[in-house]
Each structure stands twice: as C-alpha cells, then as structure tokens.
Ligand binder design. Structure first.
Ligand code: XMP
Length: 498
C-alpha cells in the first residue's frame, strides 16, 4: 500500500511517479462509467481533474476558456500588468458560447496586400472593418473572400471593396445565440456582427463556429450555470494586494499564490489578508512538499495546496538550490496531511502522460496541474513556428527562466530585491498538440482506462481505497521501468490518439 511504501521508517528514499506502478484490481464496470469528478479547492469542483499552470507560455484567457469548457480550470499567469491580467480574467467571465468577443478587426485604409499577409498568418478569411481597425469601434463593413478574391490590384484599400454596413445583416447587443443562428440561416450570410445601438462592434457570430459549437456538458461553471470559472496567479509583493482587488473586481473565482517555496511569512500574511478581505474567493497556497509546510498554510486559511518543488519539466530548482522533493512522495505526504483538514491538493508538475495523472490521483491529489503536457496546444499564448526538420513548434519556458523572470516572475523565487537573477528554470520548445478540445478528451479517456484497470469507478472511490490501504503499488527497478516503456524496436512511430 502507499502507507507501506512511503511511511517505512527504514526507507528514506523519495519516489516519483515513474518509480511506482499501480497493480490492477477487479473490473465490474465499463470505461464510460468511470466518474472523474474531483475537487480543485474546498469549494470548487471539477468534472475533469486537470488544471493548466499559471505560466506565460501556457495560460491566458483562451486557454482558461478552453480548460473550463472541458471541465478543468485554467490559472491565468501573473507576468502581466494588473490591468492586463484582470482583463484576461474578465474575458473568461464574459465568454458566451458561439460569440466571438475579440474578432480581429482591420481599418478601411488597409491594402489588400496587407490583408493577404494577415490572412496567411491567422488562417481565417473574413474580417470586420472598423473605423479605428479595432474591436469596440464603429463598424464600417466586412471583407470576406468574396470581396477580395478577384481584385487584381493588391494595393486597393479595403474601403473600396468591403461590403458596407448598410448591406450587412447585423444584430443588436443582447441577442441570444439561438436567435443569432436563425438570423444567419435566414440571411444565408456567413457572419453576423453584433452592434451597440450606436453601431459599435461588440461581437461577431460566425456560421462555421455555430456548426462546430458542440455542447460542453462537463464545463466548469458557477452554480447559476452562467459563467465559466477561472483562477489567477498572484505574488506576495507589496502591490499584489492591488492585484487581488482588481482580479476580484473582474470576477476571479480563485487566486493562486505563486511561489516556489510557499511556507514563507509573506505568503502566510497574504493568505490571511485575502481570506479576511474576500472570504468568497478561494485561495490556493503553495508550493509545498512537506507536511509541515502544508500545515502552516492550511492553518492560515488556504482552501487548497499546490504541491511540487523543482520537479517540473523546465525546472532547475533542485539543481540550483538543492531543495525540493521527489513528486510521488511529496503528493502522498501532503495529501495525507491535507485530508485531515478536508483541503484538496493539486499535484503540480512532472506530469508527462495520462498515466502520471492516474498516479497523482491514486496518491491523493484532487487534480493534476500541468505545464508541458498542455503547452503546444493551439489555445496557449504564442505563435507556432517550424523547426529546421519541419516540425511545428511553440515556445514553452519556466517562470524561473531568465526570460520569464525579466517579465516579473522573479517574485516567485524571492528574487525581486536581488541584483543578480539566478535562473531556476529553462526555456525550450514543444511540439504542436492541436486543440485542447481534442487533447483533453484524449487525456481523460486515458485516465478512465487507468482507473478502470485499478478497479476504481470514481476519484472518490480511488481515494477511499488509498486511505483504506486497498490500492496496491509496486516499486519498479530501473530494468522494470525500461520494460514498461516501448523497447526492442528498430524504430517506431507514436500516434497518441485517433
Ligand atoms: P511541468 O512538468 O508540467 O511543470 O512542465 C510545470 C510546473 O513547474 C513549475 N515551474 C517551475 N519550477 N522553475 C521551477 O523550478 C521554473 O522555471 C518553473 N516554471 C514553472 C510550476 O509549478 C508549474 O506549474
């Protein structure tokens, strides 16, 4: 049992996910009967126990919207000005399925040549033309393929060829999606601009999106079922109280205090301040890896704990600072302590497969927080580019890398007052993984298969089995770990899902 592996008085080793393997149990239910509902914090429940990391190459509003639609939650990173971060939160809260709230707009003075460049960069073909070229300005017209394709002179300005607003079908702010859909069908148009009474563009509804607009039955929403839930990261600097106020005003549901070592007096004060000033906001404290760190933060009022130190794919903390803990040991020990207070924990970092998520949950985590696993999906910030050998890539970097720390995340490593910035992370690239809407279903299906093999029909059952010592694990030798991976082939191709 986990107790025997981790509590042994004679065994002083730290173990991580790959050191362990779960032994199979008895199956008396189908894979689709496996329920993945779990807790992110005391009050926030998730139908998909996956959280996207507060990193500047992982979570901004697009990612947080996609994660919440898929039943998880995203944590907006804190390498942004207070206003910009609050805006990202507001975008998630304002999200309405089917409405594009920030369509790319163009000015009437743009030439067709410039539009061609924009089209090839963004990959879509229709644009609203507004007075200033921005969203929220007066709508002048629309340019679509039909307006632009047969014009020879690519220096022609859009004002000369756009379909002017008087010839467009538009709708007024406040319209329901169903009515918008009917209008599009009746008019046989591809796009429906939504305008204020004064003609300012506030949203766009596209027929192609409506066709794609599948239901999201697992979406993480508030009790009134209206808005998606979103979390945001903060630090422990002087002005972070202002940041919290702005995030709360924008509607944030949880704040995560982002620190590589959470058991600091600065964080204790911050947790207490938030819990007394905004008792309805959930506070996730961390990071921690020991029971003692966890106990301190829970006693300050934390609603959840983030567990992991120096084990992320981009981390160098253990190398540079000699401090941290192997992740399976950290998750098991902290989860055991936190369970006494009914506080969920997030297993943060070091997750590179659905199997690692199964193991994190089997050791007591409420959800897995992932950076590299989700990096490279189309919803993450940043543009794709191609490597020399033709692979489609995106950047992924540690918040403790020098590049990221220069943008503000040095506070995570208590580095704001030092003249020398010491890197605790690296910067790299990851391969394109497609959309979160395809990728999360792959991860959750893998998770369901794993839980079925173990014989647990729900996360709750899995964790009752853990506590009762009924979940069985075995430690794996280096040879056993090799055997558990692909081996003995001359070459192979890995396709993750179909
Ligand atoms: P994965 O393995 O999912 O890890 O890519 C993501 C988690 O790693 C933490 N993080 C860092 N840790 N140096 C560190 O020591 C860094 O530069 C760094 N950046 C992120 C963070 O907890 C994240 O969720």
């Amino acid at each position: 049992s986990a107790q025997e592996i981790f509590n042994s008085n004679t065994n002083m080793s730290g173990y991580t996910y790959d050191d362990l393997i779960c032994l199979p149990g008895h199956i008396n239910f189908g894979v689709h009967d496996v329920c993945l509902s779990s807790r992110f914090s005391r009050k926030i429940h998730l139908k998909t126990p996956i959280v996207s990391s507060p990193m500047d190459t992982v979570t901004e509003s697009n990612m947080a919207i996609a994660m919440a639609l898929e039943g998880g939650i995203g944590v907006i990173h804190t390498n942004l000005s207070i206003e910009a971060q609050a805006n990202e939160v507001a975008r998630v809260k304002k999200y309405k399925a089917g409405f594009i709230l920030d369509p790319v707009c163009v000015p009437p003075t743009m030439t067709l040549e410039q539009l061609d460049t924009l089209k090839s960069k963004l990959g879509f073909t229709g644009f609203p033309v507004t007075e200033s070229g921005h969203m929220g300005a007066k709508l002048l017209g629309l340019v679509t393929k039909r307006d632009t394709d047969f014009i020879q002179d690519r220096q022609t300005r859009l004002s000369a060829i756009m379909t002017p607003v008087k010839d467009l079908v538009t709708a007024e702010e406040g319209i329901e999606l169903q009515t918008a859909n009917q209008l599009l069908q009746k008019s046989k148009k591809g796009k429906l601009p939504i305008l204020t009474k004064g003609g300012l563009l506030v949203a766009l509804v596209a027929r192609t999106d409506i066709k794609k607009n599948v239901e999201f039955p697992n979406a993480t929403k508030d009790p009134n079922n209206k808005q998606l839930l979103v979390a945001a990261a903060i630090g422990t600097r002087q002005n972070d109280q202002d940041r919290v106020k702005a995030l709360v005003a924008a509607g944030v549901d949880a704040v995560i205090i982002d620190s590589s070592q959470g058991d600091s007096v600065f964080q204790h004060q911050m947790v207490k301040w938030i819990k007394t000033t905004f008792p309805n906001v959930q506070v996730v404290a961390g990071n921690v890896v020991t029971k003692q760190q966890a106990k301190h933060l829970i006693e300050c009022g934390a609603d959840a704990l983030r567990v992991g130190m120096g084990i992320g794919s981009i981390c160098t903390t253990q190398e540079v600072c000699a401090c941290g803990r192997a992740q399976a040991s950290a998750v098991y020990n902290v989860a055991k302590l936190a369970a006494l207070y009914d506080v969920p924990i997030l297993a943060d970092g070091g997750i590179s497969s659905p199997g690692h998520i199964v193991k994190a949950l089997s050791l007591g985590a409420g959800a897995a927080m992932c950076g590299s696993l989700l990096a490279g999906t189309s919803e993450t910030p940043g543009e794709y580019f191609y490597s020399e050998d033709g692979k489609r890539l995106k950047r992924y970097r540690g918040m403790g890398s020098i590049d990221a720390m220069k943008k503000g995340s040095d506070d995570r490593y208590f580095g704001t007052t030092s003249a020398i910035k010491v890197a605790q992370g690296v910067s790299g690239t990851v391969q394109d993984k497609g959309s979160i809407h395809r990728y999360i279903p792959y991860l959750t299906q893998g998770l369901r298969h794993g839980m079925q093999d173990i014989g647990a029909q729900s996360v709750q059952q899995l964790q009752s089995m853990l506590q009762a010592g009924q979940l069985r694990f075995e430690l794996r030798s280096a040879a056993a770990q090799r055997e558990g991976g692909v081996h003995g082939l001359h070459s192979f191709e890995r396709k993750l899902f179909d």
